[in-house]
Design a protein around this ligand. Sequence first.
Ligand SMILES: [Zn+2]
Ligand SMILES: [Zn+2]
Length: 589
Amino acid sequence: MTSFSNQDIADVLNKVAIVYQLQNENRFKIIAYQQAAEVVSTCTQSIYDLWKEGNMQDINGIGTTIANHLQEYFTNKESSYFWKTIAQVPQSVFLLVNIPGIGPKRAYKLVTHLHLDNPTTALADLQTAIENNEMSQMEGFGEKSQQQLLENLELYTKQSSAEKRMILPFAQKVAHQLLQYLTLHPQVIQCEPLGSLRRHIETIGDIDIVLVADEKYFSTIIDYIAVYPSCLRVDNKGSKKISIIVAPHIRVDIRLTTLKTYGTMLQYFTGSKMHNIRLREYAQKKNLSLSEYGITDKKTGIQHTFEKEELLYSFLKLEYISPLLREGTDEITRAQEHTLPTLVSLKDIRGDLHVHSNFPIQTSHDVGANSFTTLLNKAKQLGYTYIGFTEHNPRSKESANQVISLLQKRRLQAQRELTNTPITYFLGLEVDIRPDGTLALYDEAIEQLDYVIVSIHSSFRMDQKSATARVLKALSYPKVRIFGHPTGRKIGERDGLSLDWKQIFPLCRKRNIALEINAWPQRLDLPDVLVRQAIQAGVRCIINTDTHALIDMDNMHYGITVAQRGWCEKKNIVNTLPENEFRRWILNK
Ligand SMILES: [Zn+2]
Ligand SMILES: [Zn+2]
């Protein structure tokens, strides 16, 4: 049975609008199609289902003509008016219009002139054509616009590969809402996320969920899932599994299991693939075979199933392995030796040292939204015993004296606001590392501070050697205690700097500088793999939220999971230290 997702329909409407633009159709007609596409893609109900139920007239923003064409499209599919319209234009055009700066007419020109007929290779072919200077004869594509096009093309290719995944908090929100709905069903005993979501990977593709119930209720529960209000359509339905597409367009696979096999299922579908491969190899040596249904003794043929994951691991004579460590590195060997780390947890954290207040410091970056008092009270609420305020450095046009006086004013303001507080506060700054590695702050001004976070906020295009030299220089300044969001990456937006950590770790260790694990969900920087390397090199980390608004202080747990995935124990994280020890570290005394 054919089904049409809202996204499919919106794509078709957008394509028709593009064809009309190329054919110089009436402007209002074009706008009507673009608007209809927008309405469809943001609609929370399935347009196709509405049509099947005869309720398409309920949708605002789709005119009669388009509605009629849609009806006909749902019935005639490939022979419909829409398909015939779209077929009038080479299909690569629809791909090229996604590149920033390329409208339908330029896309059409490129496709026809450069013979980009194959949509699957069109983007790569375009890149080759630009690089081979094949566009030099084309009118309207001068050298500068070719360069621009190349840059935009790279940007688009990168972004579209990242777009397929969502950042962790978004996936968690979608999953959380669905889990709430599932647990409302009286026959559902338990449900939990699986896969990358359970392992807290920074970006998530599909969402996987396991649900526990008595087998006799499976079919009623599956029907219940199919009518989940945010479900756009059911993709697949079996007796023990259902796949649905939920708004905005996320695939969710839900597996049903009984309590008896819950642990087996949970372990198997949590992954990672690499972990399960290693586990299977390990089991094979014991003459056992692993599958999603249980562990089979190859000699006797007896299959063991497990209610709890813990029982499965202990059956294999392994220490329980946290899902956050299941990446197929050395966790199985360590579980065998019973030497897995006791992972740091949120309750171990005693302070947040990267918090931007609203003190007007004349910076060229963003300022925070809240006062010292508000932020400190929040820290108290979170059970912290210390906090550090780190506005961005003042902009470069301020003179040394102006900067010093600003910093003195800030200290006075903090003293006035924060008398008799039970929490210790430190006054630092987040200072830019300039491209040459110097700090964007006068040496005399550094003396006014309790500590410095150095961070890179610009000039990310740099080879590894220069980037490393840049960082090493910055880390040599006095009072530098923290290297903020060290790679500078933004998930789905830009890769971080490539740095030679073999040079950076020893300097951090020597100067007792902490590498930040920035808990901002789009940063999560240092990334987990580097966190593990850092602590193996004897460098400590600090988990900070980089708060700009009060609510950001609640993001600490995202940093915690990065630290956990990086095998950190409490001792590896400086902001777990008691206040007196922490004070000695941050003030470098
Ligand atoms: Zn920053
Ligand atoms: Zn910051």
